[in-house]
Design a protein around this ligand. Structure first.
Ligand code: GLU
Length: 313
């Protein structure tokens, strides 16, 4: 297979060990890719330099391998991809934004403002105003953010589970502003929406399977792909795992990571595979590896409801 043949992927952010919800999404991404003859890639999304670490990435890759998921080719790290993001940014209509988080909160509280949406404060500034604002930030050792100059306010995608989905597009951030890192080679952090679109296209990803908490980001990403001339991937936003209170599973829920679950005496990886299989609606216990699940995988049978986990294996 050539390196740009169709691919699916799992793209974790390395800020902690993978928990049952992450593992379920990873397994589904693998099942969707493998059952459709695609390559399966793993990409480390470490653009949030404050929260990411190489050690965490190493442990996550080990967790995926322990579960029995395999991937094709080298793992790519977003921190090695800054030049590609720079190149994409140069092709996009954009502008500098000098607003602090507080400025945005205050303006978006105004009547008629859409909560959380960038109100466009810096969109129409003139050159002199920009120079003054840039100097003001520089005096505080800060640099402006860069925002997309969007010419749409919404975009519609097709999701294999959610169907047609229209979501908001605003002048979202492409590169973060703020205090530059001490190391001048490091540069400012890139925004997830830009990095994900550039990397998916670069890697030949035409199927994006991920948690449905990201469904609302998909229209922005598809719009960006469209602006950059990239094909839109097939989206499959899969339901999350919730705790018994109906809240999205997190580390606060106790023993939830693969490592914690496997630390229980007598517990084997197969037990976790069977738990995941049950969560996906498999009706047999004769399952030991992801390959056993692959043989019986029926994407059409996947529940569209979140999986509520009571903590038992
Ligand atoms: N890195 C994101 C996360 O761990 C996933 C992004 C994606 O799959 O597009 O939540």
């Amino acid at each position: 297979m050539d390196s740009l043949s169709p691919a699916g992927r799992y793209a974790p952010s390395p800020s902690g060990d993978l928990h049952l919800g992450n593992l379920r999404t990873a397994l589904l991404a693998w099942l969707y890719a493998r059952s459709s003859g695609r390559r399966f890639l793993v990409r480390v999304e470490d653009i949030d330099t404050q929260r990411s670490s190489r050690e965490s990435a190493r442990r996550q890759l080990e967790d995926l391998a322990t579960l029995g998921l395999d991937w094709d080719g080298e793992v790519i790290y977003q921190q090695d991809r800054y030049a590609a993001y720079e190149e994409a940014l140069a092709q996009l209509p954009s502008y500098e934004c000098y607003c602090s988080r507080k400025d945005i909160q205050e303006t978006s509280r105004a009547p008629h403002a859409i909560p959380g949406q960038y109100p466009g404060t810096c969109r129409a500034l003139g050159d002199d105003e920009r120079a003054a604002k840039r100097a003001e930030l520089a005096a505080q050792n800060r640099v402006p953010a860069i925002r997309l100059r969007a010419d749409a306010s919404s975009f519609t995608i097709h999701d294999a589970l959610a169907g047609e989905y229209t979501g908001e597009v605003d002048d979202f951030i492409l590169r973060r502003g703020g205090q530059p890192p001490a190391d001048p080679n490091q540069g400012m952090d890139w925004a997830y929406n830009l990095a994900v679109v550039v990397d998916d296209a670069f890697q030949g990803v035409d199927q994006v399977v991920r948690g449905d908490d990201l469904l609302s980001s998909a229209p922005r990403q598809a719009y960006l792909a469209h602006l950059l001339g990239f094909p839109e991937p097939e989206f499959v936003h899969v339901p999350l795992v919730l705790n018994s209170e109906g809240v999205r599973l997190s580390k606060r829920d106790g023993a939830v990571t693969l490592r914690q679950l496997l630390a229980e005496p007598g517990r084997e990886v197969g037990d976790i595979i069977r738990l995941l299989a049950r969560s996906l609606g498999y009706d047999t216990e004769e399952l030991y590896t992801p390959t056993d699940l692959l043989k019986r995988f029926k994407p059409d049978k996947l529940s569209r409801e979140p999986y509520v986990w009571d903590g038992t294996v």
